[in-house]
Structure formats: structure tokens, C-alpha cells
Design a binder for this molecule. Structure first.
Ligand SMILES: NC(=O)c1ccc[n+]([C@@H]2O[C@H](COP(=O)([O-])OP(=O)(O)OC[C@H]3O[C@@H](n4cnc5c(N)ncnc54)[C@H](O)[C@@H]3O)[C@@H](O)[C@H]2O)c1
Length: 313
């Protein structure tokens, strides 16, 4: 369906290693160089968040379709610019919310939409990451911290499952797992709770933590007028050892890479298909912007100890 023709990384050694794993794709130190030297249709931008805006704009201006990782950007102005540059150049823009391509999350979404639990009224998403994100994500000059790096997925899931838009966001957070990191990066937090009110009146909750070390933990529960739906689990394998001392051991999902392995492949296939079939990507720039807006509202709420109404000005 598609072929990888180039790998770009400002760490050229990393680009070379991945290119050789991919069976001899070209490797380059910058997107600018790749655009100049190789013919390609689309790019997957999986670099740090502060690079998403400049790289997306550069690619779209060169007529390349763009898949961009979450969080979409650092500011709403950047997100708006990415959406309008993509539109102006008639290229696709998809944002990396892979949970939307996970078979169980997809099944949950269709059951909710079919009315299996009646009208959804409360959605709760647990999003916890095993290890600290890279330093750029923790530094307020280059990243938006844990709520953005880990919980932007939860904001997207809340909107998606509730079929609704955020109205008010109230968040609180603390640095209890790694207080040492808060000493280096004031404002850093590693546990977070977010309470959401949706425009049509439904409620939402996000429970985040990172680094939790025990596993990669993504679980969602939706309460409806006719029942309850839950999706996601911590146990990463069906293998269980039952010991003679009557203790059981098993393995959790260690990382997002194993929990959402199938979903990452499906989201890439879907992006490529959206180009071939010339249709709207399943997760759009607008979806990325909505999750970013909610993330920025939560960050502001944490700072100001007040609920924040959307749209964020
Ligand atoms: N969807 C998911 O589940 C998921 C999981 C992890 C990370 N992410 C997202 O992926 C992005 C990258 O995160 P990461 O942890 O891999 O970051 P990282 O710091 O490990 O960077 C990834 C690579 O980008 C390269 N790079 C940096 N600037 C570049 C530039 N201007 N041009 C080319 N290469 C450049 C780095 O050398 C590095 O090899 C972030 O937006 C993060 O939020 C998404």
C-alpha cells in the first residue's frame, strides 16, 4: 500500500539505524533535506511536540500529506495554523490518537453509538504512563508537561465516546511520585485529576499519573442511562502462573508500544488509505485542536485553581 523511502532524524545515527532496519530507505538529518532529495507523498511527524508546528507547515507547504503525533502543538495559534496550511495546500492532516484504532476501543465506541448502554452520562478515563517523558516535555519552555504528553489521549477519548464537546474543565495536580523532578522544573506535576462538563450536560473524569512504573495503564468506563461499559485492562497477557503458595503472577502491559501495537499499525494504514481514497482522515486536525484546547484549559485550571470555560481565549 505504501513504502518508506526516507527516515529523518536530527540525530543522523538514529535515522541511519532505523533506515537500515527498514531495508535500505534513505536517511537524512532534516525534513528540508529529505524534501529536497527524495520524492515522497506523505510524512509521519513523530518528533518532540515543539517541532510539530514548524515541521507540519514545512511539509504541507511542500505538498506532503501529514500525520502528526499528539499533542498537536504547544498553542492553539500553532494548531490553527497547521490546520489552515494543510487545507490551503490540499493535503491531509491526521493526529496520532491511536486509541481510536484499537479494536476494543472501536468496539466500545460502536456499542455506545448503537445505544447499548442508553445515553452516556459519565465517562471516566484512567491514563497512566510507566516512565518519565523526555526532558523537553518537562521543561515549560519546550513542552506542556504530563497532562499533555500522557493525558491528551484521555481528552480525545472523552470527546469521542461522549459524542460531545467540552464546556468546562476543572483540574488539580501534584508532584508526589517524583518530587525531585519538580525541584528542577517548577510547576511539574505527576498525578492529575480532571473533572469535565460537556456541552450537552454529561460529565467526565480523567485520572492521570506518570511515572507510575507498574505498567502502561489505559482504562475507560462509561456510565449510561441503561448500563455500564468498560474497556481496557492492565493485564498484558493471558499467561498466569499460579504458585503453590496460592499467589498468582502475570504480566502487565509494560508500555504503550505493546498495549496499542495493533492500533499504531491500523492508524498508519488508515492515514495512508485516506490519501489513496482522497477522504477525510479518521482523526482530523480539528480533533487534535479540541484535545489541545482541553489540555491547555486543564493546565490553566491547575495553575489558577479555578474551573476554565471553553472555548479558551
Ligand atoms: N501516540 C503515542 O502513544 C505516543 C507515544 C510516545 C510519544 N508520542 C509523541 O511522539 C512525539 C515524540 O516523542 P518521543 O518521546 O519519541 O520524543 P524524543 O525526544 O524521543 O524524540 C524522537 C526523535 O525525534 C528526533 N528529532 C528531534 N527534533 C527533530 C527535528 N526537528 N527533525 C527531525 N528529528 C528530530 C530526536 O532526535 C529523536 O530521535 C511527541 O509528540 C510525543 O508526545 C506519542
Amino acid at each position: 500500500m505504501a513504502e518508506v523511502v526516507a527516515v529523518v532524524d536530527s540525530n543522523v545515527e538514529a535515522a541511519r539505524n532505523l533506515a537500515s532496519l527498514l531495508g535500505g530507505a534513505g536517511y537524512y538529518e532534516s525534513l528540508t533535506e529529505a524534501i529536497r532529495k527524495v520524492d515522497f507523498d506523505a510524512v509521519f511527524i513523530t518528533t518532540p511536540t515543539f517541532t510539530h508546528h514548524p515541521l507540519t507547515v514545512e511539509a504541507a507547504e511542500a505538498g506532503k500529506h501529514v500525520f502528526c503525533e499528539k499533542p498537536m502543538a504547544l498553542t492553539l495559534r500553532e494548531a490553527d495554523d497547521m490546520i489552515s496550511v494543510a487545507r490551503r495546500n490540499n493535503v491531509k492532516l491526521q493526529i496520532g490518537f491511536m486509541r481510536r484504532f484499537d479494536p476494543e476501543f472501536r468496539k466500545a465506541k460502536s456499542l455506545i453509538d448503537e445505544g447499548a448502554i442508553g445515553k452516556p452520562v459519565l465517562v471516566k478515563s484512567v491514563g497512566r504512563g510507566p516512565g518519565l517523558p523526555p526532558r523537553w516535555a518537562l521543561d515549560p519552555k519546550t513542552g506542556l508537561g504530563m497532562v499533555a504528553e500522557v493525558n491528551s489521549h484521555d481528552f480525545d477519548t472523552l470527546r469521542w465516546f461522549m459524542n460531545d464537546e467540552f464546556k468546562t474543565i476543572y483540574a488539580d495536580a501534584a508532584a508526589l511520585l517524583r518530587p525531585d523532578v519538580a525541584e528542577e522544573f517548577p510547576g511539574f506535576h505527576d498525578v492529575v485529576v480532571v473533572a469535565v462538563r460537556f456541552q450537552k450536560g454529561g460529565l467526565g473524569l480523567i485520572d492521570g499519573g506518570c511515572p507510575v512504573n507498574y505498567a502502561y495503564d489505559a482504562r475507560v468506563e462509561v456510565l449510561g442511562t441503561e448500563g455500564l461499559l468498560t474497556v481496557g485492562e492492565i493485564q498484558g497477557t493471558s499467561l498466569i502462573i499460579c504458585h503453590k503458595d496460592q499467589k498468582m503472577t502475570t504480566e502487565p502491559f509494560h508500555s504503550w508500544r505493546d498495549r496499542f501495537r495493533e492500533a499504531y499499525i491500523a492508524e498508519a494504514e488508515s492515514f495512508i488509505r485516506s490519501i489513496i481514497e482522497d477522504r477525510e482522515p479518521e482523526v482530523t486536525g480539528e480533533d487534535g485542536r479540541k484535545a489541545l484546547e482541553a489540555t491547555l484549559a486543564a493546565i490553566r485550571s491547575i495553575k489558577e485553581h479555578e474551573p476554565v470555560n471553553l472555548p479558551v481565549k
